[in-house]
Every structure is written in C-alpha cells, then in structure tokens.
Design a protein around this ligand. Sequence first.
Ligand code: FES
Length: 99
Amino acid sequence: MFEASEVPLGEGRAKSVDPDLTIAVFHLDDGFFAIDDTCSHAQASLSEGEVVGHVVICPRHGGRFDLRTGKPAGLPATGKVASFPVQVDSGSILVDWEG
Ligand code: FES
C-alpha cells in the first residue's frame, strides 16, 4: 500500500483502495496503524490531523480517535472509524482491509 519510508514518524498518509474507502496509515513510535481516513463526524480526512501519542485529532472540528482501535477519544466524534491490521514486510506496509 505504502512503502514504510513514505510515512514519516508522527504523521499519517492516505490512499484510496476502493471507491468507498480511503485508508489512513499512521507511523507511531511503536509501529504503523491503519484506520478509515474519513472522520465519522463530518467526513474530514483524518490523515491530515495532528498526532498526539496514539490519538489523531481531526483537522476539521477536533474530534479524537485512538489509532489502535478507531474508537472515538474526544468530542465531537462519537462514532468509531474502522481500524485494520497492518504488517510491514521488506519495507512495505500491508493493510488488510478486506478482512
Ligand atoms: S469532521 Fe472530524 S470532528 Fe468533525
């Protein structure tokens, strides 16, 4: 999906994998995490949000999501976003979004 080198530490990057799904991959101190890029509150791109610890702050209204689970971690976000398993293989980030 991405090369690991394309996602700087402390940031996120997004890529569309399906007409209805854009995935955001975040690079944290303890690895890479993937969630649905579209905020559950009003559809902002979460990959553009600031990362604090394991939480991303939505750039539109400041809703927060736990990057490990996709669960909301601060208002006005109340709905979960999907989270996806990630593996890194030979420098490539592999995201299993099809289950
Ligand atoms: S669009 Fe993300 S908190 Fe409103």
